[in-house]
Design a protein around this ligand. Structure first.
Ligand code: DGP
Length: 117
């Protein structure tokens, strides 16, 4: 499968790994928008949040189990998790991923972190 994040999981494309278990892989975003900006992804190819279902939901659950461990390893107590689902929401890589952002005081609204336009 020609998927960038599957290639990162498989080691074909290098990435700055911050966490890995049987279900979850996490690495630093190549274009960070916060001092901590990791991408947390399932090791199984799931295209997007719309494709989470009863058969693969274990991966989603494991992601949310891994997030606090990753935050602790990154030395942040507060963080924001963002999932872009679909083109209009800004999803550019069609492999389910959660942006884990932290290390900065974040607003909520027009000028908040993560809003690009
Ligand atoms: P999204 O726009 O929500 O689909 O987020 C995709 C993110 O993936 C974006 O913030 C940049 C990041 N990204 C794209 N290509 C690479 C890569 O080759 N390596 C790493 N580490 N991150 C990447």
């Amino acid at each position: 499968m020609d998927c960038l994040f599957c290639k990162i999981i498989g080691g074909e494309i290098p990435a700055d790994k911050v966490y890995e278990d049987d279900y979850v892989f996490a690495f630093r975003d190549i274009n960070p928008i916060a001092p901590v900006h990791d991408l947390v992804i399932p090791k199984k190819h799931i295209c997007c949040a719309n494709a989470v279902n009863a058969e693969n939901s274990e991966y989603a659950a494991r992601i949310f189990e891994a997030v606090p461990k990753i935050a602790k390893a990154e030395n942040i107590e507060s963080y924001r998790i963002i999932n872009n689902c679909g083109e209009d929401a800004g999803q550019s890589v069609m492999h389910l991923h959660f942006h884990l952002l932290g290390g900065v005081k974040m607003g909520w609204g027009e000028d908040s972190l993560g809003k690009t336009e």
